[in-house]
Design a protein around this ligand. Structure first.
Ligand code: 4AD
Ligand code: MG
Length: 430
């Protein structure tokens, strides 16, 4: 019977066949241990010389790393293995012999691994990260589905910019100018006026010349937008959303988290509600911690975010930033016109900002004034203004960066490991 490694535990004492690759091998004169992988998981195959035909022994003993095959064997329960089973091999059909696979079990440098990303993805650690990424996406959809959000897909090619014009990727759109989307938000606001509570999930692009462990040029963002939802309610939805995602991964990716050596006790504490600190108080806190380089009105850098996050065990919302350092569409604070109704959610353990969100300006005249201030005279922005012209309502939304969230939950040091084919400054290959 043909099956997969993930299903072996349901076939104890049965003889089954799996398609697999050899990820590693140990052998003595009498017994060979084949580390097999098939995408669904990893399992050890055991070949005992005295119990198999000569030709099978020769095949097993000479097999090279990443050779592909069909393996037949009897499934045995094995308490010591992570998957709880091993396969006592009775037959192997080699499909393709891999010669000189470049990624050996020894240590390799980062650039070498990045150049071989198309193969590096096969390794146990990368496999575990991709499985967690998949579960994060799954639990995000689950949360929004359970809460009656509608999935809406904004365009990738756009004529306008949501997050400022400095980091746009430009392309020609026949005779017009077009840009790769930095954020679907403006379109999601239009969608919220049609469908109430909506969310998008898609690639976004930023031509940022940043070379940090948190920056990608192409990254995936989930962007909910909600009509009739004000700032405070939006924060509550965000903390419930993030708690749901973290708790789902803890429940469904135990094996992957253990392969990654993640300290799950830290993740177990991630439950709504999350602490909040205003931008004003965050400045005071930083000064107390000895940061002399930051003044009110300046944006936080990674060291500042890390220092603020260190005061908490949960993710923390930093609220009400100065209007000057935030996007044009954010609604002013009702009692102060120098700060806006926004919040960034900062992950613990130095992973930085994972969410940026705000209540949006819903007043037509105020939005017109912002257009003037920001020079948004281009016809490409006309439609966005019209959303405030016909039945405008209070609304809020946010964007969660998937890769930063995966990095935090998996404990990966750098976002380059959290996306299958990272696009980084100076890297478009593979
Ligand atoms: O804070 P940002 O720029 O917010 C927006 O784009 C809003 N329009 C979202 C909205 O309200 N709908 O980006 C949102 C998140 C950040 O918190 C961060 O997690 C991630 O996107 N992000 C990046 N991730 C990887 N590499 C980059 N260069 C990123 N830039 C932002
Ligand atoms: Mg931001």
């Amino acid at each position: 019977m043909k099956t997969t490694i993930s299903q072996l535990k349901n076939h104890i004492d049965e003889t089954v066949t799996i398609g697999a690759w050899l990820s590693n091998k140990r052998s003595s004169g009498k017994i060979a241990f084949l580390q097999l992988r098939d995408g669904t998981g990893f399992v050890q195959g055991v070949v005992v010389k005295a119990e198999v035909e000569e030709s099978l022994w020769t095949t097993a003993k000479g097999m090279t790393q990443e050779t592909s095959m069909y393996v037949t064997g009897k499934v045995q329960s094995d308490e010591r293995s992570q998957t709880g089973v091993e396969l006592v091999v009775t037959d192997i059909t080699v499909l393709h012999e891999a010669v000189d696979y470049p990624i050996t079990p020894k240590e390799h440098g980062t650039e070498f691994l990045m150049d071989h990303r198309h193969l590096w993805l096969r390794s146990k650690r990368q496999h575990a990260i991709m499985k967690v990424r998949n579960e994060i996406i799954h639990s995000m959809y689950e949360f929004f589905h359970n809460n009656e959000f509608i999935k809406v897909d904004p365009p990738i090619l756009t004529g306008s910019s949501a997050e400022g014009t400095t980091t746009l990727f430009h392309t020609k759109y026949f005779d017009e100018d077009a840009y790769l989307s930095q954020s679907g938000q403006l379109y999601m606001e239009a969608a919220a006026m049609a469908l109430g509570k909506v969310f998008s999930f898609g690639p976004t692009f930023r031509a940022e010349k940043s070379k940090t462990r948190r920056h990608l040029i192409e990254f995936w963002m989930i962007e909910p937008e909600m009509a009739f939802v004000e700032h405070e309610e939006s924060l509550q939805i965000q903390e419930q959303f993030v708690s749901h995602v973290v708790q789902s991964v803890l429940e469904r990716c135990q094996l992957e988290l253990s392969i990654l050596g993640r300290d799950v006790s830290k993740l177990e504490k991630v439950k709504a509600p999350f602490p909040r600190i205003s931008y004003d108080d965050a400045i005071t806190l930083l000064k107390e911690k000895g940061f002399d380089d930051i003044e009110w009105g300046e944006d936080f850098g990674a060291p500042h975010e890390t220092a603020i996050a260190e005061s908490y065990e949960q993710p923390v919302f930093i609220t009400n930033y100065p209007k000057e350092i935030k996007a044009f569409y954010m609604k002013p604070h009702p009692e102060r016109d120098d700060v806006v109704l926004c919040a960034d959610l900062i992950a613990p353990e130095g992973y930085g900002e994972i969410i940026g969100g705000s209540q949006r300006i819903d007043d037509l005249d105020l939005m017109k004034a912002r257009y003037e201030e920001h020079g948004l005279t281009d016809d490409a922005y006309r439609w966005y203004l019209e959303l405030r012209q016909y039945g405008s309502v209070p609304h809020s939304g946010f964007g969660l960066g998937l890769e930063r969230t995966v990095a935090w939950i998996t404990g990966a040091e750098h976002v380059r490991e959290t996306i299958p084919f990272p696009r980084l400054l100076n890297r478009l290959y593979p």
